[in-house]
Design a protein around this ligand. Structure first.
Ligand code: ATP
Length: 701
């Protein structure tokens, strides 16, 4: 039924002659930068045939196969696979009609053989019964170890056979096999060839296979001998051998190469490029792009232009939940196989937020301060004042004037507190009389010398002394007249927050968002990089998984991880560190989850755009500090100079941190601009990153 629908989707019936060829390549060119790998290559794989693609290492075989399956775009020319160009809307190539075994192993190391085949079975829409039946056959046929063996524990040859099994799984109409027999023993090699010969006999299956063992390709129905990006010859193996009077394919190939070299060198020495004589005349006068002994007329046939109507195109773009589910199950299985890594991922945010709450914003402890007290009486004001200093914060070291200053210059003390010998009487005079001499003012003051190299420490120290003097000492000595020493400024009850709000309270909301964001970036930044490197991304794409599906599957499965992380984070900040939350917990959770999605989507952008782990890591780490500092998480945005502040406001976490603070500490809801602005900016970044990542991934596969 599905097949019938699909056929109906395709616009016009295939032109006469097209259905006879599983693959047609016409004037195909492909370069990597300046390196021209395929030049005007023409090739035709007849339906129901095995096509052996032979050639020396580096001649462009793998490149050609990648162009055929559509993972590489061609620079010029035309390719049709099973009647339509690869990736044509509504076409099943890529999809279940094609089985592709890339040159790389392209297997998930944490999977068992059974997981691997089940994963590809799900993508191809096989029922579990069908997958099981095929799995049993393939394990037996490919002489694989037990199906519960982990891929990472298999030998090189066994892994290649699992990879071949994945290509054969859904009984595809077209098999594209890149060196399937490398590392396989001769008995099994013969068995694989025998199987290929059998499946093509039905006439419904076609195979294109590359191999370095030229002689084994004699079992192919057609061979193409490739060199320097062109086909030197194409035809049945016997015909190729006969034409070159060779007893082996290898010899025939050698002769073709020699002839080709001679022609090239003669062309080089004969500027006119006139026809060569005798035996070489055929070779030299022939069209370079046409192989000797072309299989049929396919190479000359006109390949029509294909079009698809908008409905088919629209349906082609829609993600398939089956594929998304298969990819998500894959990620969850991989996570299950790495329990320690998963636990670490869950615990990391808790460790980070605990460290922030414990180490950032607290009062100083154990500061060594030298005390030079020239008053000796135990009932003096200086002694009383010093007794109110918090001993856990300040460790007082009584010293002489000389030793105290020597100590502070040597960095032993953060400050010196000094009292004159008449401090008690002068301070009393200062408070009781309206007019006193300068000496009385000076002698009735506590003199403090501080090391100002640590600004924050100094501020905290000043606050501590003020608190000690005003709140404790003055209150104790002159409770009814304490206003005499106070500044004529009164701080009323706070509108929001409390008088005791510390720096930790300011930092925590931004830190929670930042931790969620960066852990999500870390989870995803390498996901495509590694999968691309191992050929898994291409393999899944050929199996019919689109870029959008890959992206959504990653997003959903990582959402599971960040959800657990967020629950643990909130439990810690609200219950263990007792951060206030005056607003809606639902809004808090939604905002943090959305920031996690921003992190995931930004990680996906990195991972789609960058090919190698080191660069991807550097990109993720490189934005960490600028973003942390510019987002007003550690220090308020209001302190950032213009025009940097504009940049700061455009970043994903600036308005979001502000919104989270407003929800948690002011109890505001979505009706307040400062709250909804945080949500809108976060959603905007999410959409932008996801679209960008999908586009980059699509352009690169
Ligand atoms: N991603 C790439 N970027 C740049 N050059 C590349 C890339 N992939 C392949 N090449 C170059 O293209 C040429 C053809 O490579 P290709 O892998 O197609 O050869 P091959 O015939 O399959 O070789 P082998 O039999 O050794 O696998 C080689 O010179 C190779 O260095």
């Amino acid at each position: 039924m599905r097949e019938a629908n699909m056929t109906a989707d395709l616009e016009a019936p295939l032109p006469a002659g097209q259905e006879d060829y599983a693959i047609q390549c016409r004037d195909v060119c492909r370069s990597y930068g300046k390196l021209k790998v395929l030049s005007n290559l023409n090739l035709a794989v007849p339906q129901g045939h095995i096509y052996g693609l032979l050639g020396p290492s580096g001649c462009g075989k793998t490149t050609l196969l990648k162009c055929i399956v559509g993972t590489l775009k061609i620079s010029r020319g035309q390719i049709t696979v099973l009647g339509k160009p690869p990736a044509f809307p509504g076409h099943d190539v890529p999809g279940r009609k094609v089985g592709y075994m890339p040159q790389e192993l392209a297997l998930y190391n944490e999977f068992t053989i059974s997981d691997t085949l089940t994963f590809f079975g799900r993508i191809h829409g096989l029922t579990s019964k069908e997958t099981q039946a095929r799995m049993n056959f393939l394990i037996d046929f490919l002489d694989l170890p037990q199906k519960h063996s982990l891929v990472r524990n298999l030998s090189g040859g066994q892994r290649r056979r699992v990879s071949l099994g994945a290509a054969l799984l859904q009984n595809p109409e077209l098999l594209i096999l890149d060196e399937p027999t490398v590392g396989v023993d001769p008995v099994l090699r013969a068995k694989i060839w025998q199987h290929l010969v059998e499946i093509v006999k039905t006439g419904k299956v076609s195979v294109i296979i590359t191999t370095h063992y030229i002689e084994e390709a004699r079992q192919a129905n057609v061979v193409g001998l490739m060199r320097n990006g062109c086909l030197l010859a194409e035809g049945p193996p016997e015909a190729v051998m006969k034409q070159h009077s060779a007893t082996t394919l290898e010899r025939a190939f050698l002769q073709l190469c020699q002839t080709s070299d001679q022609i090239s060198s003669k062309r080089g020495s004969s500027p006119q490029g006139g026809p060569l004589e005798n035996s070489q005349s055929f070779e030299s006068s022939r069209d370079e792009s046409q192989p000797i002994l072309a299989v049929g007329l396919a190479a000359k046939d006109e390949i029509p232009k294909y079009t698809a109507d908008w409905k088919v195109r629209a349906r082609h773009l829609l993600p398939k939940w089956r594929n998304i589910a298969a990819l998500m199950i894959k990620t969850l299985v991989r996570m299950k196989r790495m329990p320690f890594s998963l636990c670490f991922q869950f615990l990391l945010p808790v460790i980070q937020i605990s460290l922030i709450c414990l180490c950032v914003g607290g009062d100083p402890k154990g500061i060594h301060v030298a005390v030079v007290n020239n008053e000796t009486s135990p009932s003096s004001f200086s002694q009383s004042l010093l007794s109110f200093l918090d001993n856990s914060s300040v460790h007082q070291v009584p010293l002489s004037h000389k030793d105290a200053f020597e100590g502070i210059y040597n960095g032993e003390y953060w400050g010196v507190i000094g009292f004159g010998k008449n401090f008690t009487s002068y301070l009393t005079k200062r408070l009781l009389y309206r007019q006193v001499s300068r000496d009385v003012v000076d002698g009735g003051s506590v003199h403090v010398w501080l090391d100002f190299t640590s600004k924050i420490q100094t501020i905290l120290y000043q606050l501590l002394l003020n608190k000690c003097f005003y709140n404790a000492f003055v209150d104790h000595q002159w409770s009814s007249m304490s206003y005499l020493t106070a500044l004529p400024i009164k701080f009323e009850e706070p509108i929001y927050g409390s008088q005791n709000t510390d720096f930790t309270t300011f930092v925590t909301p931004g830190a929670v968002l930042s931790i969620t964001f960066y852990l999500a970036v870390g989870l995803t930044a390498l996901s495509f990089v590694l999968e691309r490197k191992e050929g898994l991304l291409d393999r899944c794409w050929v199996a019919g998984v689109s870029s959008l599906e890959t992206m959504l599957a990653h997003l959903f499965s990582q959402l599971f991880v960040i959800s657990v992380q967020i629950i643990l984070l909130l439990l810690f900040i609200l219950l263990v560190f007792k951060m206030p939350n005056e607003g809606s917990l639902v809004l808090v959770i939604i905002l943090i989850v959305l920031q996690g999605v921003t992190g995931i989507s930004f990680g996906l952008v990195i991972s789609s755009a960058i090919d190698d782990e080191q660069n991807a890591n550097q990109a993720a780490l490189g934005i960490f500090y600028p973003n942390l500092i510019l987002s007003g998480i550690i220090w308020p945005v209001e302190c950032i100079p213009y025009p940097l502040r504009y940049l700061s406001l455009a970043l994903p976490q600036t308005y979001a941190s502000e919104a989270l603070r407003c929800i948690m500490y002011r109890g505001w809801g979505l009706s307040q601009m400062m709250v909804w602005r945080g949500f809108i900016v976060t959603l905007g970044w999410n959409t932008f990153f996801l679209i960008l990542a999908t586009v980059i991934l699509k352009l690169r596969t």
